[in-house]
Structures are given as C-alpha cells and as structure tokens.
Design a protein around this ligand. Structure first.
Ligand code: SF4
Length: 174
C-alpha cells in the first residue's frame, strides 16, 4: 500500500451552503510523484504542476489535493466525507499499483464555461429536462447536478454533432 491514511484535521459548515460541510485532511504519505498519474486517471482533474495541486469534483463535492494534504467542500455530512476519503485513498493506491501502465500527464485541463456548454444546447427552453431554461441546464451540467441524458432533444439525429462535442467537453467535468 502506498498511502496508509487520510486523517481529517479540520471541519466546519460550508460558507455557501451551511447544510453541507467542508474539511481539511492530511495524507500520511507524500503523493507528489503520483499527481501526474492521478491527472490522467481523474478525467475532470485540473492539474497545476507549479503549486502543485490537483482540483476535481466527486459528483457535487469539490476536492483540492496537495502532495500531503487536501481540502473538500460540499460534503453532505461526516459519513459522506469519510466515504469519499476512503474512495480517494483506494484510487490513489490503485493508481500507484498500475502506474507502469498509465501515461502521466502534466497537462492543465481547462474546464469549459457555462456559456461554452450553452452554445451547444438546442436553446429551445422547452423545459423537458426540468429546468426553466437551457442556460440553467448548462449551469447545472457544469456543477455536475444535471445529466446530459435529461435533454432528450439533444439525442435527435440533427444534434449528433452538438451532443458529441458536449460529451467531450463534459469529460473534464464528470
Ligand atoms: S430539455 Fe434541452 S432544449 Fe429543453 S430546456 Fe432542457 S436543455 Fe434546453
């Protein structure tokens, strides 16, 4: 095992959403050499090799990973946070075990903007996805709280190109 433990050192309610929690945690082992490999494995990771840090989302939770610490925001509660930390520890150890088969990436993947996503939507504001507007749908796509499958219009033949482009853009987010 490469990483033995991730221990929470600080926790408080999220500023933006007091129903959720944010926390800091320490890693028992330094993962700096593994970060480019995690950048490859975590499709929505944004890597800044100068700090270094790796930021990504796990559904709606926001995680920033440093060589020997991390922050997490928008965890549902302590149980949820512990489950995500357990998932992350397993992911780190799994990536370490498979590193000889993974091409490390030093690329800084940029997230698309809401407007870039919106530009590829049908823009009919038909509300079939449950949102009032296509722009609201794009905003939730970016936040990871909506799914592209919920825009049925996008799955018609005439939107093949737009749908495929959106799916490529969403790989950085999901
Ligand atoms: S279903 Fe698609 S086209 Fe209709 S409002 Fe939602 S995003 Fe826009």
């Amino acid at each position: 095992m490469f990483l033995n433990d991730i221990n929470i050192t600080f926790m408080e309610p999220c500023v933006a959403d007091p129903e959720k929690i944010r926390l800091k945690a320490e890693l028992s082992d330094n993962i700096v050499e593994l970060m480019p490999y995690l950048n490859t494995v975590i499709s929505n990771a944004v890597f800044n090799k100068n700090v270094p840090l790796l930021s990504f989302t796990k559904e709606f939770r926001l995680i920033v990973l440093y060589p020997q610490s991390l922050t997490m925001a928008k965890a549902v509660n302590m149980t949820d946070a512990l489950q995500v930390l357990d998932w992350l520890k397993n992911l780190i150890n799994d990536t370490w075990g498979k590193r000889e088969t993974i091409t490390p990436s030093y690329e800084k993947k940029e997230k698309p903007t809401v407007l870039q996503l919106y530009n590829w939507l049908p823009k009919t504001n038909c509300k079939e996805c449950g949102e009032l507007t296509c722009f609201a749908f794009a905003t939730k796509l970016l936040l990871g709280t909506q799914k592209i499958e919920n825009c049925k219009l996008l799955f018609r033949d005439e939107y093949d190109n737009a749908r495929e482009t959106l799916m490529d853009m969403l790989k950085v987010i999901l």
